[in-house]
Design a protein around this ligand. Structure first.
Ligand code: CTP
Ligand code: CA
Length: 231
């Protein structure tokens, strides 16, 4: 399925990939979450392993089977994902944040299920921001050689084009590469294929035509390998 996977150019490298969507609990049964399927992250993990890498896949609420030869660490919340990604990155050469971490979480957690009342009212839920894993990693790199890659789904609007927003996000996050999906026309969640632009911190762009998530994953590793420190 993955043409070109015969190249073992990630042999001896350790890469970390995050996948899926985190959940932030209000009470033992309810959460704020999102619709990320985890498929792009799983494709990145599978293709890196096929190219010879040691792979740690930090997966949040994904129902896909574990890719062969990949260490899968399961998490639920953004804070748990941050802890596992940071721990794995201490010994990693590259990290790709393909996950969709929840941006907000309830400021408090109810230990017991929140019950309905008879007056028809509903509780107000106060939210706070979760930690930004990617920005934190790029800012406080566990070691200077770590290559840091983010994802962004953007729409063009009155304040700028998709690429305007992407360049601003790359600069804000401080990452080395940003994989940009234009979602103006519809949705990528759960889609079989993906069209993207890989944007470099130096302004370089690689356009990736609509194709499988495995094909996009290979292009991403092709952009990562020249940034890895020499051995
Ligand atoms: N990301 C992260 N931690 C968060 C939120 C996002 O590491 N708490 C990562 C995502 O995994 C992705 C990148 O940041 O690689 C961009 O995510 P995105 O949702 O596009 O950016 P945000 O900064 O959350 O901005 P917004 O959702 O407002 O566009
Ligand atoms: Ca977000």
């Amino acid at each position: 399925a993955d043409a070109g996977a015969a190249v073992l150019d990630l042999t001896g490298r350790h890469v970390v990939v995050s996948a899926g969507g985190t959940r932030e609990y209000l009470d033992p049964v309810r959460f704020l979450g999102n619709r990320s399927s985890g498929r792009q992250g799983y494709a990145l993990a599978r293709t890196a392993a096929a190219r010879g890498a040691e792979v740690t896949l930090v997966a949040a609420n994904v129902t896909l089977p574990d890719p062969a030869g990949v260490k899968v660490v399961r998490v639920e919340t953004t804070e748990q994902m941050q802890a596992e990604v940071m721990a794995a990155c201490q010994s990693a050469d590259a990290v790709v944040m393909a996950a969709a971490p929840a941006d907000f979480r309830p400021t408090s957690f109810a230990d017991t299920k929140i019950k309905k009342t008879d007056d028809g009212s509903a509780p107000a839920i106060e939210l706070e921001q979760t930690p930004d894993i990617l920005a934190g990693l790029a800012r406080d790199r566990p070691h200077p050689g770590l290559v840091v890659v983010g994802f962004a789904a953007e729409t063009g609007d009155d304040s700028g084009t998709v690429m305007d927003h992407a360049r601003a996000k790359l600069a804000r996050k401080g990452c080395d590469l940003l994989v940009v999906n234009d979602v103006s026309g519809g949705q990528v969640f759960g889609a079989d294929d993906n069209e993207a632009v890989v944007l470099g911190a130096d302004g370089s762009t690689t356009h990736v035509a609509r194709g499988s998530k495995g094909a996009l994953a290979h292009v991403i590793w092709d952009r990562v390998t020249p940034l890895l420190p020499e051995r």
